[in-house]
Design a protein around this ligand. Structure first.
Ligand SMILES: [Zn+2]
Length: 96
């Protein structure tokens, strides 16, 4: 997706590079859809799907970048999306 599209849909943005589109609680899990800016194509953002087990550090991530497809493991986009999500949750908690 183009980053300018991701910006429009974002409920939270970190450093203009990570955009969170949705955060949803389901059972004991937190599900989030994020977009993280690509280094090789600056206009483009990769979609990152994150699933975090609440109350733990356990998470499952999926990214559409070639690196993730090639290695099948967490790429830097997943790591960045996780950081943004943590910031988002911190702010949300502060507002309540
Ligand atoms: Zn990635």
């Amino acid at each position: 997706m183009y980053c300018r599209e991701a910006v429009k849909k974002a409920l939270f943005a970190l450093d203009r590079e990570v955009f969170i589109e949705t955060v949803e609680r389901r059972g004991g899990w937190l599900l989030a859809i994020c977009y993280v800016k690509s280094q090789s194509q600056p206009d483009f953002c990769y979609q990152v799907f994150l699933k975090i087990k609440l109350g733990t550090r356990y998470f499952v991530g999926h990214c559409e970048c070639p690196d993730f497809k090639f290695r099948g493991g967490p790429c830097k986009h997943i790591v960045r999306a996780k950081v943004a999500l943590r910031e988002y949750l911190k702010i949300k908690k502060g507002v309540k």
